[in-house]
Design a binder for this molecule. Structure first.
Ligand SMILES: [Zn+2]
Ligand SMILES: [Zn+2]
Length: 267
């Protein structure tokens, strides 16, 4: 649409300077060449002042007398009245046809340029879309991976939470047991103190009573043993096991060590 409007405006309006990357609208005076190129006054006067003149658009050598013409784009009425006057109709038509061919060529070139620009822009857009799609896919993959990671971490956290609640419950249970035993121990000690106080005045106590007094620390020791509960038993047994294991280890290792010694002796 834009291109269409542009070419329309070209037909209606003016040509553009053919100097690379200039593309300014031609007005006032223009430099036209035999190779059908047109330049603004600035580029024409700059390029064609040196000899030999070379077309900046197509690199044609322009050595002929009429190869480069500086032409007025809006000629006066007087000029238009006289320039073709006296010429034969076919000559007038020939000149007009050549001038129109020049114009058509310029419009065509401009159209080609616009189409080329458009296709290049389209391919760039396609390329960018492809890159964008790729990036989006990558982001999506990353996001999914992160989601998976978050889910697995959540699972781990839930597991930890569960373990924590289990452990805290066990701790509370142990505390309860400890409190119970502490209470039991305190009451026993209190009773023993009461018993001891009663016995204190009687210094010469019979041996049966002294054994009873000696037995006093035993409840003090028992809470720590009982506090461990059923686990305490297993710990008791497990503590025994390394000893037997150690024995078997030394039993097995000592002959090997002897062998080693005999081997070393041989050398
Ligand atoms: Zn120019
Ligand atoms: Zn040229």
């Amino acid at each position: 649409m834009l291109y269409f409007l542009d070419s329309m405006s070209l037909c209606d309006d003016t040509l553009l300077c053919n100097y690379p990357k200039c593309r300014s609208k031609l007005c006032g005076f223009a430099w036209v060449t035999a190779c059908s190129h047109a330049f603004c006054d600035q580029h024409g006067s700059g390029e064609f002042s040196r000899s030999p003149a070379i077309c900046p658009a197509c690199s044609s050598a322009l050595s002929g007398k009429m190869d480069i013409v500086r032409t007025e784009l809006s000629p006066s009425e007087e000029y238009k009245a006289m320039v073709l006057a006296g010429l034969r109709p076919e000559t007038v038509l020939d000149i007009s046809a050549r001038a129109l061919a020049f114009w058509t060529y310029q419009v065509h070139q401009e159209r080609m340029f616009q189409e080329y620009s458009l296709s290049r822009a389209e391919s760039q857009v396609k390329q960018m879309e492809k890159v964008l799609t790729q990036q989006n896919q990558n982001r999506e993959l990353e996001l999914n991976a992160m989601r998976g990671e978050v889910a697995s971490l959540k699972k781990v956290m839930d597991e930890y939470k569960r373990k924590y609640s289990e452990v805290s419950e066990r701790l509370m249970e142990r505390n309860r047991q400890y409190q119970k035993l502490q209470g039991l121990y305190d009451s026993l000690r209190l009773r023993n103190m009461v018993v001891g106080d009663r016995e204190a005045p009687r210094q010469a106590a019979p041996p049966e009573f002294t054994t009873g007094v000696i037995r006093q620390p035993s409840p003090r020791g028992s809470p720590s043993f009982l506090a461990t509960g059923p686990d305490g038993d297993s710990r008791l047994f497990s503590s025994l096991e390394p000893d037997t294991g150690g024995k078997t280890f030394f039993q097995f290792s000592s002959p090997a060590r002897d062998k080693g010694r005999t081997l070393f002796k041989k050398y």
